[in-house]
Design a protein around this ligand. Sequence first.
Ligand code: F6P
Length: 324
Amino acid sequence: VKKIGVMTSGGDSPGMNAAIRAVVRACHYYNVECVGIYRGYEGLIEGDFIKLNARSVSNTINRGGTILKSARSQEFRTKEGRAKAHQNLLNEGIDAMVLIGGDGTFTGGMVFNDEYSFPCIGVPGTIDNDIYGTNFTIGYDTALNTVVDVIDKIRDTASSHNRLFFVEVMGRDAGFIALNAGVGAGAEEILVPEEDLGLDRLLESLKRSKRSGKSSSIVVVAEGDKIGKSVFELANYVEENLPEYEVRVSVLGHMQRGGAPSCFDRVLASRLGVKAVELLLDGKTNLMVGLVDGKIETTDLEKAVKGKHNINRELLRVSDIMSI
Ligand code: F6P
């Protein structure tokens, strides 16, 4: 391997820059060239490349977002799109790639690897933490801290007005952000797609907490939770059935993806980025690097995409006990 391409693809996450930086600097350390690919697979199809050297990534470890930009490419899903991408790689002399992103990114890498035997290593970067083969994805820790910080602020106003707040957080189909931030922020109830709490139990629990003397409450709802059609309908339903509550909804949205990465995410990104380059130089392909029980481990890309990363159910129990 003489020239490694690096891209960020899918939803951005804090720490992606630290991962790019690690890849670029590891390439420099091992004397291989590094090329940045803009806007993920879109930039690959358009041949939108930039040569990167050790200094190109100065002052980026602390920056949120991704300096290489990101996109969700439809064209790469087509054979023609992938053929263009492959031709661009050949023209540029790139002979291996590091793909930083989530399951969509890795699926692209797998298909590409199958069709062209092109060496690819995945680095998990998404706030959702929904990837099998790593305890933590890059950006998740920062997103948790952002959400807890915001819920603390919502708690101030909730308690001033004796209100019940439904706070919707991101996570796509997974409840990692909701569950962990919910416990961290002291939420009354946490609704995650992995566990169907049921409307009756939710009403019961809210009634109980009113009786026990609580004046305000926070319910954290994962965007993928199916208990209500939407968090607004859920809030209406609760307000209709529990008139003793004055209800408000706050949808946190994309602010959860922004901001400076936490130290944890920077360190994780640095470790995974370096390992990705080392694996490619070792002739490995079609793997994702992850952190499992404190150690850097590899998982087949296919397993990383198809496997299920389970939430920690013990936290649901802890949350139940805490909300007494
Ligand atoms: O995967 C990251 C994520 O932020 C999810 O939590 C969310 O469902 C989705 O991306 C939003 O995607 P977009 O930015 O394309 O609206």
